[in-house]
Every structure is written in C-alpha cells, then in structure tokens.
Design a protein around this ligand. Structure first.
Ligand code: AMP
Length: 456
C-alpha cells in the first residue's frame, strides 16, 4: 500500500472522453482537473455502464472521484423520494465519510442532487430532516447508518448504487458484519462499487458473495514516499525500560524546541489512543499547546480539531492512525512518529501527510532499541535506508533546561479544543492538584537531572 502525495495523471486522455455527464466534466474542470488518474480512467466507464466494479486502490490515487463522478452522472437522470436514498456510500471513519461528502459537493456543483452525511457524533435531528425530504446520495459510516435504519427512519430498498469504500479498513475496524448486513438490506438489482487497498481473504469472501461479475481495476504501486520528504530515525536508548515513554516525551520536547524555527505545524502520531491522551496531557503540562485526534473523541471535537489544524490554529496535532489515512491536509511541515508503527504501510500513510502538493516535508520517527525489527521492515517496504541519528540526551547536547524553557515560551498556541480541556475540579481538589502537579514537575526534573548525572 502506498500513499501518493499527488495522484498519477494520465496525460493521453481527458475527462470528456469517459462518457460522463457534461455538467460533471465541467465541475471537474472547475475543480482544476483535466486528465483522469488511472483508477478514474478504468473504473468510470464500467461504472457508467451499470456494472459492478472492484477497485483495488488506496487513498491518493483519485479513487473517490472514480465512484463519485459516475454516480452523479447516473443519478442526474432521476429524482429522490422521501426517506428512500437512491445511492449509498459507506466509509469506515467519520473523517473519510466527510471527505467523500466534500468531494461530492465539489463534483455535483452543477447538479441538483441532494446529499446527506450520516455520521456518528452529529445530531440525529438534522440528519433525519434531510432524509425525510429525500436524498439522492447518502454517505454514511456503518454504525450510524444501521442506527437510523433500526429506528425505522430510513428505507434502503430504493438504493440502486452502493459504494463500499476502504473495505480493508472496515475489516480492521470490525465492520464486516455491518457491511454484510447492509448488503442484505439492499437487495439486487443494485450496482456495487467496491474499493479496497488490499485483498485479504475475508474481503474476497465478501466480494464473491455480494458482487456480480465485477470489473476489476487494480492500481498497484510500489510503496514510494515522496522525494520531497526528508526522513530521519531518531534512536533513543532509555536508561530504564520502564522510563522509555517518559524519556521519549522529553526527547520530543527537546526536538520541538530544536526545530522550532522550521516547524510550521506537525502531526505527532502515537500507536495507541491512550498514548495520544497521555502525550497531550504531558505536552500541555509543559505549556506546549496541542490538540488530540483519535477515535474516542466526540465527532464535533474531531471535526473542529481538524478544521482548526487545516486553518493553522492548531500547530501540534497528536493523533492515532485514524488521522493517517486519506486525510487531505496540504500543508503539514512535519510528521513526527512518537511511536514506530508496527505495520510498515502505516508509516507510509503517516508520513504521506507531509510533503504534499509539491511542498517539502520532514518525517522524524522516534525509535527504541526494541523497534529495530519494524524499522527494518519500513526500510524494506520503501526500498531504501533511512538516516539514523542517535539521541545524545540532554547532557551531551547541553540543551536540557534551556530548551525546556524555549519550548514552553515559543511553542504555545491557541487552545482550540475547549471540550478537550481537563474537567473542572472542586476548589480544594484544584488546589491540591496544582500542588501535586508542582511536586510531579519537581520529581520529573529531579529524575531528569539524575539521568543527566548518570550519563555524564
Ligand atoms: P483520493 O484518492 O480520492 O483521496 O484523491 C487524492 C487527491 O487527488 C485529492 O486531493 C483529489 O482532489 C485529487 N484528485 C482526484 N482526481 C484527480 C485528478 N484527475 N487529477 C489530479 N488530482 C486529482
């Protein structure tokens, strides 16, 4: 699996030759695209002909337009009925569903089609009002879709086109039973456009059972990383195993201070949601403004955090892999892997968030000795070695206290995610907790001095 910063464009053909509705071709042009990508060239004609399509392609190939454009062309010929959507796109995460919805809005600019986005964490009322009025395109995550269905507010029998996007991601997230249920609720005749970056056997089984003689379009690429991304493995040998995460946090703070002038913004990836929260709290305790993005947060918070990051109001976004796939933020200067991802494909996805749209980017990965196996797997996947730099700790760089101060002073930022603030505590508790915090900080400093002393 790869993540391309820009999709590969086919120079020899153009959108007007694919059989799309002229209003769609016009909207695509307005969006700035004149030539289709490989997946678009091969998936759009059979999709327009009403055939089932199996697209093996990942984010970054232009796959969203490869199903959205023919859908709009086909749906332009009919009208929506109340509570009976005419087409359904199912995506694994709220962010990906929102992105499909954004694509739809761009490409349907010259159509009168109505769209509704059904994702968790957003009020039912607005979603229901839209569905009641009738929608042509429903874009949903599996859980919220089935929720609406079970409340009897939605009829799926009118769905003529069903799109399943990022099926392998659905498998990772345990959504395959939901997908099978959705298939069973939308009986043939229906057209199915099915997309997956990989083909595990479970996905093949679902395809064999639910698609009818699909046209298979595969866009395979070697796992390449944009040449505009400078990559670095920053290795650290913790003084004690149980201190590893604490020392990684201290190292991160030092690096943020060291690169302060060159970092305009950064996504800092952790492997676990719980570690995202721990790191967010720790950075805030060190007065480094940051926000978190992971699957356990309310949708309203996730949307706001992402918007604010896009706008530049958030400088440091600490994220789990939910943010790595498919998110189209074009100006991230740094990606920092606080943890080495155990799946090397995730490394490519993560660092693909920087160096986009012709810009340069930097990807720094903090590595423990135990990560060696995963580091080698990453190098094997991308086909070249990554420069390594051993962290020398605070003593040898002489940066400890000074950098801590610089970090605190220079990297502060607007705290946008109000709902991510720590809950208010009763007065006594608050006083106690700040005393505790003070003593914690002393303990941290003392232990850091102890490490420094041991190292010197
Ligand atoms: P996707 O794989 O659908 O996530 O698309 C990745 C990026 O490619 C998005 O920013 C799209 O807007 C962009 N894109 C889609 N189609 C084209 C095209 N034909 N030419 C250039 N860029 C495109």
């Amino acid at each position: 699996m790869t993540d391309q910063t820009e999709p590969e464009i086919l120079k020899h053909t153009d959108f007007s030759k694919l059989g799309l509705d002229p209003s769609v071709v016009e909207a695509v042009k307005t969006a700035g695209y004149s030539q289709p990508t490989e997946i678009q060239e091969h998936a759009i004609p059979p999709a327009l002909a009403g055939k089932d399509v199996l697209g093996i392609a990942q984010t970054g190939t232009g796959k969203t337009a490869s199903f959205v454009l023919p859908m709009i062309s086909t749906l332009n010929k009919g009208r929506a009925k109340a509570r009976m959507p005419r087409s359904l796109v199912v995506a694994p995460t709220r962010e990906l569903a929102s992105q499909v919805a954004q694509n739809f809005e761009t490409y349907a600019a010259n159509s009168n089609l109505k769209m509704s986005l059904l994702i968790g964490g957003v009020s039912f009322a607005d979603q229901l009002a839209k569905i009641d009025r009738g929608v042509d395109v429903l874009i949903a995550t599996p859980g919220r879709l089935l929720d609406h269905f079970e409340r009897g507010r939605l009829l799926l029998s009118g769905v003529g086109i069903l799109v399943i996007d990022e099926a392998d991601r659905m498998l990772d997230m345990g959504f395959i039973p939901d997908i099978e249920r959705i298939f069973s609720l939308i009986p043939p005749p229906r057209q199915t456009l099915f997309f997956s970056a990989t083909m595990p056997s479970e996905i093949e089984r679902v395809i064999n059972q639910n698609l009818s003689n699909p046209v298979r379009v595969e866009v395979t690429r070697r796992a390449t990383v944009s040449a505009d991304i400078v990559q670095l493995f920053l290795t650290i040998k913790p003084t004690r195993r149980d201190q590893a995460f604490k020392e990684k946090r201290a190292l991160l703070r030092r690096k943020l201070a060291e690169f302060d002038n060159e970092i305009s913004n950064a996504i800092i990836f952790c492997n676990r949601k719980s570690d995202v929260e721990i790191l967010r709290k720790s950075m805030r305790a060190h007065r480094i403004g940051c926000s978190a993005l992971h699957g356990d947060l309310d949708q309203s918070v996730r949307t706001r955090v992402l918007d604010d990051f896009r706008k530049g109001d958030i400088r440091f976004l600490i994220a789990s892999d939910v943010a790595a796939r498919g998110l189209d933020v074009s100006n991230v200067s740094h990606v920092i892997n606080f943890d080495v991802p155990p799946h090397s494909e995730d490394y490519v996805h993560r660092i693909g968030r920087t160096g986009r749209a012709g810009r340069t980017g930097k990807a720094i990965t903090i590595c423990l000795p135990a990560d060696e196996r995963h580091m080698e797997a990453i190098e094997k996947l991308i086909g070249h070695k990554i420069d390594r730099e051993a962290d020398e700790g605070e003593t040898k760089t002489g940066s400890g206290q000074k950098n801590r101060q610089r970090t605190a002073n220079s990297v502060q930022q607007k705290d946008v995610a109000a709902s991510q603030k720590e809950p208010r505590k009763p007065r006594g508790a608050k006083a106690r907790s700040s005393r505790e915090k003070g003593s914690m900080r002393w303990k941290t400093m003392l232990s850091e001095w102890a490490i420094t002393y041991r190292n010197s």
